[in-house]
Design a protein around this ligand. Structure first.
Ligand code: FE2
Length: 474
């Protein structure tokens, strides 16, 4: 059922305040559209992020809200958004204080309310990423199991464990990577305890989960993402160490129990894709949340990632997220060449631009690519633009939506009947401060600076979204 758009207020200043307001759930036919949907763009853009943040002390702790923008065959656009009905969402729906601990939010009740609490299904916010898998849609969180949704209605079906193949003690992280050549999906989970390890998984074309390895890691560190090549599962474990004493004693949140040790190495851990012994190589210390891509180059591995100088410089603005426009970004796209034979890791900055949520053409995710896309900082500091970076030259092309806008990760969708890299569109959600609501935008991937080909003004705030997925309906 279509509903009328709520009245919108003109922002007094270019502020992102409205992006943190909890939106209503709506189903709407979108008629307020600038430009035209490109012919051949038919499918659904799914995105997820922290839609309900009223109890959160950290941007990572809002309840997961999924938005779906459906581009129909006649150019029509439909929008639907739903919260994931996790245990956490239902427990806190009418609460005035946090009932469960999150990444950077402690539960109410002080030390007693937080001590000796391991992440369980009750903490899972299902707010980080989406994985379409064999007709299912999974909402993911870093330290828990997936929550399954109906891909059309977005109704919550429930938590899932791959028919028992995913043990209760093992998390299924929010950064699965699909091999375009084989259709396999790889993922991991960090395991903390007496023996710190990373568990790795392979999901076959039938959607069955298999364990690849459980690999020892040198320390309990925060690790959000990894990357795959034809031969390796690649982890870059920066010295952002989790200190278990303040966490387990209930004195600090998980996020505040992490400290970056500048005198320690980032350890590159290479896990063979078919399991077996890992290779460990120490490098200069850095911190990353996200990888853009990677590929094998002879015996070497080339990895592109968004590098931060440390953990604290990004965690502070994520805690103070309501003032995130004041954040002075320090993240940059870096390329590293990893040599298992020389046991070396050499890196350089690709472009002097602040960028996050990097993406590549998914058809080239393991086979070599030339272009990386991402949300980028521009005039205002925060992520108000979308950029295209040629990683071979560092050449950058970007569109800035303007002060107070907040752009999501751009997803690349190929143009039909073309297999050329970069020939397609970038799809993103952008918070529009003038309307205090979200816009769905489509840009030409080869020239973001030309501006949106199409802007669909959505009826609600679509919140900050971390990651998403495209379901092609052609
Ligand atoms: Fe992420």
């Amino acid at each position: 059922m279509a509903v009328a758009a709520p009245p919108v207020r003109e922002a007094q200043t270019a502020s992102v305040d409205g992006v943190f307001e909890t939106p209503a759930e709506v189903d709407a036919l979108i008629t307020d559209v600038e430009g035209q949907v490109p012919a051949g763009l038919v499918g659904a853009l799914y995105r997820v992020g922290p839609g309900k943040l009223d109890l959160a002390d950290h941007l990572f702790d809002g309840d997961g809200m999924v938005s779906a923008v459906h581009f129909g065959p006649a150019g029509e656009i439909r929008f639907r958004n739903r919260f994931v009905r996790t245990d956490k969402y239902l427990a806190e729906l009418h609460a005035t204080r946090p009932k469960v601990a999150g990444f950077g939010t402690r539960a109410a009740g002080g030390v007693l309310g937080n001590a000796l609490r391991r992440p369980t299904t009750k903490n899972n916010a299902a707010n980080t990423a989406l994985l379409p898998l064999n007709g299912r849609l999974l909402a993911l969180w870093e330290a828990g199991h997936p929550w399954q949704l109906d891909p059309d209605s977005l109704e919550t079906i429930g938590e899932m464990d791959f028919n028992g193949a995913l043990e209760a003690r093992l998390p299924f992280s929010a950064h699965p990577h699909r091999d375009p050549a084989t259709g396999e999906v790889f993922n991991f989970g960090m395991v903390y305890g007496p023996r710190n390890s990373v568990a790795t998984y392979r999901i076959d074309a039938q959607g069955r989960l298999h364990h690849v390895a459980e690999t020892r890691v040198p320390a309990p560190v925060l690790n959000h993402d990894f990357i795959i090549t034809d031969r390796w599962l690649v982890f870059c474990l920066g010295p952002a160490r989790v200190h278990l004493l303040p966490l387990l004693s209930g004195l600090a949140s998980f996020g505040d129990s992490i400290h970056f040790h500048r005198d320690q190495a980032t350890t590159v851990v290479l896990v063979p894709r078919d399991g077996g012994s890992a290779t460990y190589i120490d490098a200069e210390p850095w911190f990353q949340y996200h990888f853009a891509g990677a590929f094998d180059d002879g015996d070497d591995i080339v990895v592109d990632l968004v590098r931060y100088p440390d953990y604290e410089s990004i965690n502070a603005p994520l805690k103070d997220f309501r003032h995130i426009t004041a954040y002075q970004p320090e993240e940059r796209l870096w390329r590293y060449r990893i040599s298992p034979t020389r046991r070396s890791v050499e890196g350089h900055e690709v472009a002097p631009l602040s960028i996050e949520f990097p993406q590549v053409d998914p058809r080239r995710a393991t086979g070599g690519y030339r272009v990386v896309y991402g949300a980028c900082g521009s005039q205002g500091g925060a992520l108000s633009g979308i950029a295209r970076i040629d990683v071979s030259t560092g050449e950058t092309d970007l569109h800035d939506f303007g002060d107070g806008h907040l752009a999501s990760e751009p997803l690349f969708v190929p143009r039909p009947h073309s297999d050329a890299e970069d020939d397609g569109w970038l799809l993103a959600l952008v918070y529009n401060p003038g309307r205090r609501a979200g816009d769905a935008v489509v840009l030409d991937a080869r020239a973001p600076s030309a501006g949106p080909l199409c802007t669909a003004h959505l009826p609600v705030n679509t919140a900050v979204t971390f990651h998403g997925a495209w379901r092609d309906a052609r």
